[in-house]
Design a protein around this ligand. Structure first.
Ligand SMILES: Nc1ncnc2c1ncn2[C@@H]1O[C@H](COP(=O)(O)OP(=O)(O)OP(=O)(O)O)[C@@H](O)[C@H]1O
Length: 694
């Protein structure tokens, strides 16, 4: 294409981009003024002014926040339609002072043809243009002519510049954070993004097909399409790990949305954030549904330090409750089927009944039941005993009890093998919780019931500190999750990523938070590390209930070069013949390197390959290791900002420009060939596989 023609077209777009940014600056000034006026208003000591000021300032601050977040690459597309009509597409909608549309939000119906039009069904689109900018400067444009009958620019008056905005986007170096794809969303992805909110949207597809990025754009779309509903209830995004969430957390704000709460599976219990993974065998026991019965039984055992006898003197007579009496009293309380933490009154009653029986045996005259209960029930010694015998329990302490093999053995009688009991008990002696402990704590919270004592007030609770902070402060510092709490159960929508890995207990944990939610669930069965997919599917169906479902399937791999993906696909086909294999679209000429070296040479080979990759890519390099070797292998390298060493399970959902897979055969033996497939499909440009000869 002629450079002069390209320059002229770039200059044309630059003029529009300038107009848009000028308008953005104007609106920003208005928002700043509105916020300042809000503060002035508050000095006017009018009844109700405080509240109105707050609303006013809140709206202004929010608008400011949106305007600031959308600054980069604000205008990224243009449609030339029959008519002729021109529409510019961007990250938010803007009108001129005269109310003429300057920019159409990518989520608006009027922007849909930008993503959905094809030559066969061009939806009145003549030319689609992708505009690439840096800050306020247009760098390049790339066109797609859909009206091929009028391909002659002379007829439409439209120039057609270059092609391959998608290919250029895919070839770009990968950084620490996932980027949004608003400029290059493909049609099959767009269909899933814009699908109706109701019910359950299931999105499947092989590695790199954009499942994560599509799910996040869908969250942004839903917030746009029905802001009241989704911002009100909130959108929960669930990912496999905190590393993964860090990788994706910027995508949503850059789409203009901060009403979504991002949670890793290890973060659903306040104060018990888990990052550690249990060995697969232990995780399999903790994740399966049968553990529920074991937990329920554990809560019914007497607490380890509970007193086993009680003695008091009543009217000169010694009344003694022995172990058998107390076991009977405990059973009587439990027959009432109340949650443990709500049954303390019932427990007191059962003790009084037992004591009354003793009193009747010893004291022959003048006993009145109501008087006895009132008098004994208020005595300090009785109340102290009651609270020691029936203490309020936290999920954490009950789960810790099970680190005692005998106790776990008693709670799991007939359900776990001796080896399983020892392995699970041993895992619970670790000082921190594992990711698979979190659903157990959550389940226990449900079984035990919330303690009745008043909750400590959090110091960021809005109204109590109204005079100390501004609404804007609160808006910016607010973590939506903190406001809702990790056990909040009123989400309007839940997005579950890497859903193929969720255990039945994890599905229950999410189900409790989504009773009123619609869902978007994305996953790929061939990347699963969960050993019993049939049970997990049943648990998923229970969590989703009878909501109507719609399914979308993504077929193109946008991450891996075709060479890398062919290598990876070959490895999974052998293990999972019906794996969902997408088509990789980008050929680079760089064939994966597959090495098998003597064990003594492993370190030197890995170190040399990593150095080579760091030199040849501008973006990130990932070294992916078996579970137990990460620490050892990480110590082979000096810290480097583009280098990341992680285990195979930790690499789920991530991507790197180059990957060095260290001993993937061990990964496959430990966690299955599906997890090795995950490792191979993390690379965008270069893949080096290094196994050791034993
Ligand atoms: N339409 C698109 N335009 C540009 N880049 C895209 C597009 N779709 C996907 N990508 C890029 O492809 C890569 C893979 O996307 P993503 O991580 O969402 O895939 P995935 O299906 O979740 O993968 P996996 O299951 O392997 O974790 C990302 O870098 C994403 O930005």
């Amino acid at each position: 294409m002629e450079t002069a023609e390209r320059d002229a077209e770039v200059a044309l777009e630059q003029r529009h981009v300038d107009t848009v940014y000028d308008r953005l600056d104007e609106l920003r000034d208005v928002a700043v003024r509105a916020e300042r006026d809000g503060y002035n208003y508050s000095h006017a000591r009018v009844p109700g002014a405080q509240y109105e000021r707050d609303v006013f300032v809140y709206q202004a601050a929010k608008r400011l926040h949106t305007l600031d977040a959308e600054h980069e690459g604000l205008v990224f597309g243009r449609l030339d339609l029959d008519g002729p009509v021109t529409r510019h597409i961007g990250r938010l909608g803007l009108r001129s002072a005269e109310q003429k549309p300057l920019l159409i939000d990518w989520r608006a119906p009027a922007a849909a043809p930008f993503y959905q039009a094809t030559a066969a069904d061009r939806m009145s689109v003549i030319r689609r243009r992708v505009i690439r900018s840096s800050g306020r400067t247009v760098l390049d444009i790339s066109d797609d002519l859909l009206d091929t009958e009028h391909a002659d620019p002379g007829e439409t008056g439209l120039s057609v510049i270059g092609d391959g905005a998608l290919m250029a986007a895919l070839a770009r170096a990968r950084g620490e954070r996932m980027r949004d794809i608003v400029a290059t969303i493909q049609r099959e992805q767009d269909e899933a993004i814009r699908a109706e909110a109701r019910g359950v949207t299931l999105i499947s597809g092989g590695p790199g097909t954009g499942k994560t990025v599509v799910a996040l754009h869908r969250a942004a779309y839903l917030l746009y399409a029905d802001r009241r509903r989704f911002e009100g209830g909130g959108v929960l995004v669930v990912g496999p790990s905190t590393v993964f969430l860090r990788y994706i957390e910027r995508v949503l704000p850059s789409l203009g949305e901060d009403a979504a709460a991002l949670y890793a599976l290890g973060e659903f219990v306040d104060g018990a954030k888990a990052v550690r993974q249990d060995p697969l065998k232990v995780a399999a026991v903790k994740g399966a549904g049968r553990i529920r019965k074991i937990l329920a039984r554990a809560t019914r055992l007497a607490p380890p330090n509970a007193p086993e006898t009680f003695t008091m003197v009543y009217r000169g007579e010694v009344l003694r409750l022995r172990e058998g009496d107390l076991i009977e009293a405990r059973a009587a309380v439990q027959r009432k089927n109340q949650q443990h933490n709500h049954a303390v009154t019932e427990a007191g009653r059962a003790l009084l009944v037992a004591l009354w029986r003793k009193a009747k045996e010893r004291i022959e005259t003048g006993l009145v039941p109501a008087e006895f209960s009132r008098e004994v029930g208020h005595r300090n010694e009785f109340l102290e005993f009651l609270h020691a015998w029936w203490p309020e329990l936290t999920p954490e302490e009950v789960l810790r009890w099970l680190s005692d093999e005998r106790r776990l053995g008693a709670a799991s009688q007939g359900m776990l093998s001796r080896q399983e009991v020892s392995a699970v008990a041993a895992s619970l002696t670790e000082p921190d919780w594992s990711v698979s402990d979190i659903p157990l704590l959550d389940e226990l919270a449900g079984i035990l019931g919330r303690p009745k004592r008043p909750k400590a007030r959090r110091d960021h609770d809005g109204d109590s500190i109204q005079e100390l902070t501004t609404t804007q402060d609160r808006l910016y510092t607010r973590a939506p999750r903190a406001e809702r709490g990790s056990d909040y159960d009123g989400y309007a929508h839940i997005v579950v990523d890497e859903a193929q890995d969720l255990s039945p207990m994890q599905w229950r944990m999410l189900g409790r938070r989504g009773r009123q939610a619609s869902w978007t669930i994305v996953g790929d069965a061939a990347q699963s590390s969960w050993p019993d997919p049939a049970e997990a599917r049943r648990a998923r169906n229970e969590a989703l209930g009878r909501l109507p479902r719609k399914e979308f399937h993504l077929t193109t791999n946008y991450r891996n070069s075709a060479e890398i993906f062919e290598f990876a696909a070959e490895s999974i086909r052998r293990a999972v013949p019906d794996a969902d294999i997408p088509k990789a679209v980008r050929r680079t000429g760089a064939v994966p390197v597959d090495l098998r070296v003597p064990a003594a040479e492993l370190t030197a080979t890995v170190v040399a390959k990593v150095a080579e990759h760091l030199a040849e890519v501008a973006g990130t390099v990932g070294v992916i290791t078996p579970a137990d070797d990460r620490g050892k292998i990480a110590a082979w390298f000096e810290p480097h900002e583009r280098l990341h060493v992680m285990t195979a399970l930790e690499s789920k959902g991530l991507e790197f420009d180059a990957v060095v897979a260290v001993r993937p055969d061990v990964v496959a033996a430990e966690s299955g060939p599906q997890v090795r497939y995950v490792v191979f499909t993390r690379a965008t440009q270069f893949l080096t596989v290094i196994n050791a000869q034993d």
